[in-house]
Structure formats: C-alpha cells, structure tokens
Design a protein around this ligand. Structure first.
Ligand code: SF4
Length: 469
C-alpha cells in the first residue's frame, strides 16, 4: 500500500497573519509617504532559490515592495546555505555589513533563515547578535507570517529552529524573478548521509511531492510562458520511493514531457548509486527533457568514495557514463568533485584526474573539502593541508578547462537550437543548448526568451560562439 503523502501548506491562520501584516504595512506606508521596502538575498543551491521565491511570494502578499538597495530597505532577509564552510563565512561577513544600515535606520528589521540556522550551534551564535530580529530554520518557513507578525507588532526578537521533518510545501504564493526559467521542487530532504554532507542533518529525510502536484505545477508554468523548467531534489532518482508508489522519476519525466507546449525540462541532482538505465533511456526518448545530466562523482578513487559513503565505484560511474553516451547522442555531463577529502593521497587525486579525463565533462563544480560540524568526515584522521588542497585544485581546473574545450569543439560547424536567456551590450545574446552549453551570438532582432538556430563558429572551454541562422 502506498504511504501517506506528507504535505504542508499555509494554514488559514498564517493567511490571517499575512492580512494583518498587510494592514500594518499600509498604515506604515501612509506615514512614510512611500512603499514599505524589502530585500531578500539567497545563498546556495537552486532549492534555496526556490524557497526564497516562496518567501518572496509571502512578502509580496504582505504588501512589501522589493528593492535592490539596502539603504532603502525596511526589511532584509538572507536565506542561507550550510553546505560549505566558505558559504557560511560569507554569510557572517555580509550579516556584519548590515550593522551600519541598522544604526542609520533602527526601524530596519533583519531576518536570517535557511539551512545554516537549522544547525543549533550557528543559531545560538547568531541569536546573540542583537541587531538580528528574526532567525528561522528550513522547517519553520511555514510559520513565517506568524513570526513576522510577532516581530512587527510586538517588536519581539524571534528564533524558530524546530527540528521537525522538512516536508515539501504546497500551494504557496510564489514570486518568480525570472520569466524564462522556473524551478519546481519535486522532493525535500536526503536519506544518503554522505560522510561530508550536512544536508540530511538540516533538511531531514526524503519526502516526495505527489506526481499529480508536480505535473500540475509544470503545466501551470508552461501556460504562464516559462520555457526552461528544472525539477529539483537532492536525489531525484529516489523520487517516490518514500511513497511506495509504483512510479519513479523516469515516469515523472515522461509525464511532463507529454505536456503540450514548446519548453524544456531539466533536472538535478542525480545520485550515481540510484541512476538507472531506465533514466538514460527516458532522457533519450523524451523530446523536451534536456540531454544533460548532472551526476556528481565527487572522487575517482574507490577508497575515498567508500570513506565518503557514496556507495558506488569509479568503474560503476564510468559504466553509467558509457551507457548514457551510447543512448543519448551529444549528451553532456556535469558533475561535482571534492578535492582534498581526508586522507586523499596523490594516487587518489590522480584517479580523480583520470576520471575527468575519460568522461570529458561539459562543466564541473569543484570544491576544496571543508569540514562541516557533526559530520563523520570532519573528525577523520588525515585532514589535508590548505596548501595541498589548493595545489590539487589548480591542477584539476587546468585539466577540466582542456576537457571542456575538447567536448565543446565537437560542435563547431553544427547548427544548434538555443534558448536565449540574456543580452549584453552590442546586441550580444547568450543562451543555452538543450545539452547545457552556453552559446553567444549577435542578433539585430530582439530574440530574448525564444528558441533560435545558431551555427557554431568557435569553441572555448566556457562557451560556444556562433551566428544566428
Ligand atoms: S546525496 Fe550525499 S551529498 Fe547529496 S545531499 Fe544527500 S548526503 Fe548530501
């Protein structure tokens, strides 16, 4: 029997709080003779971006008007990421930089939320910063209106970091900045416990949204004119496993692919241990699903992969890549890789370079290992020095640049279908192919948000350059 689908949505009580805040803001706006401004900023992954869009949706309903200018803002919120130490340090630096704004405008309210604050040691540290008014973790987003109301009406400082499970939020107001690209969360949480990662600790276990809800959201986005829709989850390949439905991520891809309209479907992230031949066969046969797979390998050394608790070997990973290349013409692969995991030897690192060389990734998200509190890897013996990590990192980047150039060069002379995303000066347009390669070209006609054929003239490691046909 299928398990219950856990869903979370704003209660009528929370909508009442939104209405009350709207009244507060209307009165404030009358007194100030201007709108009440808010500013939000997101750190980290697309899932976080998608969460911020939901927060922004609530703020808009509360009557806030968005600004990019911190000195004008009456409310500032940072949605944070806990995945890397560097990202956390950046947040601390940027939070400290808000102090002068608060001094100048004591009425300014500052909120911090997201994965970082799902970690009690961080929340405790920041709670002592008197200029921060509201702190909440990922699980408390559903109470954001109530917490905001208490903050605005009673001036109470609030810290809400309950440790309940992170359940996908349904039927939320959403404010999307981008009119071309949209993210759709298909599942929340992660069950994998890779030894270096805090995600399962801060986001909780996997919970899938029902296929009907996901398909309905995609349908709605297509009707609104979105052309590039990304399905998001920490490990989309285990989609629906928690629901015990006879339905998986490939089935979902087929369903959204069958929806009418000219649009693209992307997805991330795929864990190699759960990537099946069925997934590759599905990508090969679907018209709208992009021929691009983000498949994080993390290390080319089996010994390190075991220490990371990744549950696959380099050979198994390469077998998947070979199958994908055979089935999906011109498929591109991107990946995440960690340099300097505890005990990584020169030989282990060489295995990582060998893997990069043999796959030929279109792009790599490269990270120097940084210990995350309360993860097994943080207390492993054999931590690697900063210098060695930095030196290996440089070598890896140099190899990846050559490897990407080699992959991109095969498209010179071909005509590719490009979805145009932006325009710079001199009518230089930038877009993406369905296999996720950036293409630059000039056009006298405004071609933003359209699909155009571009003949490729030259290739660089970061992009292709061509002429509109
Ligand atoms: S699969 Fe591993 S790295 Fe990815 S979110 Fe889950 S625990 Fe973290």
């Amino acid at each position: 029997m299928a398990a219950d689908i856990l869903e979370c949505r704003l209660s009528s009580l929370q909508y009442d709080y939104i209405e009350k805040i709207r009244n507060i803001n209307e009165k404030k706006s009358e007194i100030l003779g201007r709108p009440v401004y808010c500013l939000t900023h997101t750190y980290g992954c697309q899932q976080n971006e998608n969460d911020t869009e939901k927060i922004n949706g609530m703020l808009e309903m509360m009557g806030f008007v968005f600004t990019e200018d911190r000195s004008m803002a009456d409310f500032i919120l940072f949605n944070t990421c806990a995945v890397r130490e560097h990202a956390e340090q950046k947040v601390f630096g940027n939070v400290g930089a808000l102090v002068p704004y608060k001094r100048k405008n004591p009425e300014l309210r500052i909120a911090l939320c997201g994965c970082m604050f799902q970690q009690p040691h961080i929340a405790e540290k920041v709670a002592s910063y008197q200029y921060i008014d509201l702190i909440f973790g990922t699980h408390a987003m559903i109470r954001f209106p109530e917490n905001m109301y208490r903050l605005l009406s009673e001036g109470e400082r609030i810290c809400d970091i309950s440790q309940s499970e992170s359940v996908p939020l349904e039927d939320m107001p959403v404010r999307r900045e981008n009119k071309l690209k949209a993210w759709v969360t298909v599942m929340a949480g992660c069950n994998n416990f890779c030894s270096y990662c805090v995600v399962p600790h801060v986001r909780g276990r996997e919970h899938s949204r029902s296929p009907e809800k996901v398909v309905a959201e995609v349908k709605h986005l297509v009707a609104e004119g979105y052309k590039d829709i990304t399905l998001l989850g920490q490990n989309v390949n285990s989609y629906c496993r928690d629901l015990a439905l006879d339905y998986d991520f490939s089935d979902l891809l087929r369903e959204v692919d069958a929806l009418p309209g000219d649009f693209r479907i992307r997805f991330m992230t795929s864990h190699p241990k759960d990537a099946t031949k069925k997934l590759f066969d599905t990508v090969a046969s679907c018209q709208k699903v992009c021929k691009h797979i983000h498949l994080p390998f993390q290390s080319g050394s089996d010994r390190i992969l075991e220490l990371m608790n990744r549950k696959y070997t380099a050979a198994q990973y390469l077998e998947l890549i070979a199958y994908g290349r055979k089935k999906i013409p011109d498929v591109s692969f991107t990946s995440d890789v960690i340099v300097g995991f505890p005990t990584e030897t020169e030989e282990d690192f060489q295995a990582t370079l060998d893997l990069i060389e043999s796959v030929g990734f279109n792009g790599l998200f490269t990270f120097q290992y940084s210990p995350r509190k309360n993860t097994p890897a943080a207390v492993m013996e054999g931590q690697i020095s900063k210098e060695i990590k930095a030196e290996r990192f440089e070598r890896l980047l140099a190899l990846q640049n050559q490897s990407a150039l080699r992959f991109h060069s095969r498209f010179v002379g071909k005509t590719l279908r490009v979805l145009v995303e932006s325009v710079q000066e001199n009518q230089v347009y930038t877009g993406r192919t369905d296999n996720n390669i950036i293409v630059n070209f000039t056009s006298e006609k405004n071609v933003i948000n359209t699909f155009v054929p571009v003949k490729i003239k030259t290739a660089k490691n970061w992009a292709l350059f061509g002429e509109i046909v």
